[in-house]
Design a protein around this ligand. Sequence first.
Ligand code: FAD
Ligand code: FES
Length: 276
Amino acid sequence: MIGDPMTTQPVVIRKIIWENDDTFTLTLDLDGIGGGYAFLPGQFNMVYVFGTGEAAVSISSDPARPGTLDHTIHRVGLVTSALAQKKRGDLIGIRGPFGSSWPIEVAKGKDVCIASGGIGLAPLRPVIYSMLKNRSAYGRIIVLYGGRSPLDLLYRVELERWANDFEVEVLVTVDRGDSSWKGHIGVVTSLFQYIKLDARETIAYVCGPEIMMKYTIDELERRGVPQEQMYVSMERNMKCAIGFCGHCQYGPTFICKEGPVYPVPRVRPLLDRKEL
Ligand SMILES: Cc1cc2nc3c(=O)[nH]c(=O)nc-3n(C[C@H](O)[C@H](O)[C@H](O)COP(=O)(O)OP(=O)(O)OC[C@H]3O[C@@H](n4cnc5c(N)ncnc54)[C@H](O)[C@@H]3O)c2cc1C
Ligand code: FES
């Protein structure tokens, strides 16, 4: 944590990459922040646009890369649209990191199944970076990823590199193909038919829309993976990020304090409810 959790630290935008029409990755320069900055895979920052407001955004970069921080952001409303207008060299604010992290130590010596949909690959990217640094500590690493269309897919170059250079089993699907698309078509769970899991030896990390997480958990369970070996990352609107305002309440838990990453047994009953 950099200083007081309610104090926003100014940071400079070093680079902006547009991943697709409405999603972009900001690389932020942390050199101006005193006291250092460290985060764990799965944690998030409150990202502030001066004069507009704040939004919770997961950190999508390599935890071992000092001095910079990536945030991959889907433009939806006020703050994310204001962020989309920013240019290299502009100043924005961050406070954080906040929240729980993917427990990657429990996956050592095991197979790992990473299932994600849409922007949900962003908070899982730091997990993949961390595991690839120590590739031999893990068994199979399987990445299942789904997007709405080929143009919506994030990190396409990296997905290929993970598959080619690190023996990651990468399976990608889209809801709607186009003339250039030769890959799978269907929802993320449809990819399970192409893999065989050693259920007792598999740790699963799942992030995406809640409906996708619910059906992915069901599919993993059908294949014999115990819920205790599954983790999900939840999202809710946030204001304070430190357990004061109640905006992020999800059943009995505040996502900013206990989440966003939860062991599945903790949240599975809540995923069936429409509104909380
Ligand atoms: C722990 C956590 C991690 C997150 N990580 C990420 C991340 O890595 N990347 C990311 O992109 N987001 C992430 N989010 C979600 C992000 O915080 C919200 O999308 C963000 O708060 C939206 O802020 P906003 O001011 O742009 O939208 P707001 O103006 O607050 O709008 C919010 C809601 O209104 C809808 N909305 C607003 N404007 C429109 C419109 N014109 N048309 C249709 N719908 C609209 C949006 O769909 C959204 O549901 C995360 C959230 C949490 C809690
Ligand atoms: S965001 Fe305020 S309590 Fe969680």
